[in-house]
Ligand binder design. Structure first.
Ligand code: ATP
Length: 197
């Protein structure tokens, strides 16, 4: 089984994430979409709970049959480290081949990840550009990693930070997140700086 692992904070999931997921889907039998756990003392302002981030992800991937939300990291203690997650996945699915699906920023800083060499013993890398002009740069970065591929897909520049900033000032989120996620953010009053109630 070819299993893709798409991890992130997803605070919240946005259309750039979905764009990458859909582009990567043909390469895999299934993709585990994995929201990470951020320990309480590290919680940045405007970090939605793991429960909310997972709920928004479920809404966002509901029409991508190969994608499933995996809460392994949310359920573990402490900060999520990919090398530890991969050890667990290896034990759970000994016969799978794993590939980490990552944005270009993550490939460029990959050697700063804890135990990155162990990670590469357990998984390949599949990266995609986040910004225009990044593709060629990523091809050069990927030469450093024998098991890395770069997806040729037009970038959809977008970030969760941008979504949170828009939500905080009450701007419509259409075009940034799927409609069901926009509804969820509104209903649960996420990412609002000041509450009047
Ligand atoms: P923030 O703005 O809060 O830092 P983010 O938008 O970078 O968040 P993450 O949840 O940190 O989102 O990203 C999860 C993964 O998705 C990372 O591998 C990241 O590189 C990738 N990613 C995020 N946005 C895009 C995008 N627009 N296109 C392609 N990949 C993306």
């Amino acid at each position: 089984m070819e299993t893709g692992i798409y991890g992130g904070t997803f605070n919240p999931v946005h259309l750039g994430h979905i764009h990458l997921l859909k582009a990567a889907a043909p390469c895999f039998d299934r993709i585990l979409v994995m929201p990470d756990r951020v320990p309480p003392h590290k919680e940045a302002e405007m970090l939605a709970s793991g429960e909310d981030r997972a709920a928004m992800l479920r809404l966002a991937v509901s029409d991508i049959p190969k994608a499933e939300v995996c809460t392994l990291e949310l359920e573990a203690e402490g900060r999520s480290y990919t090398y530890l997650t991969l050890r667990k996945l290896r034990a759970l699915y000994p016969d799978d081949r794993f590939t980490l699906i990552i944005g270009g920023d993550m490939l460029r800083t990959f050697k700063e990840w804890r135990n990155w060499e162990e990670i590469l013993g357990n998984a390949s890398l599949l990266a995609a550009a986040r910004d225009d002009g990044e593709y060629e740069r990523l091809l050069r970065v990927a030469e450093d990693f024998p098991d890395a591929r770069v997806l040729k897909v037009p970038p959809l520049p977008m970030s969760s930070t941008g979504v949170r900033e828009a939500a905080a000032v009450g701007k419509p989120l259409a075009g940034m997140v799927p409609p069901a996620v926009e509804d969820y953010i509104k209903t649960h009053r996420l990412y609002q700086n000041e509450r009047t109630d």
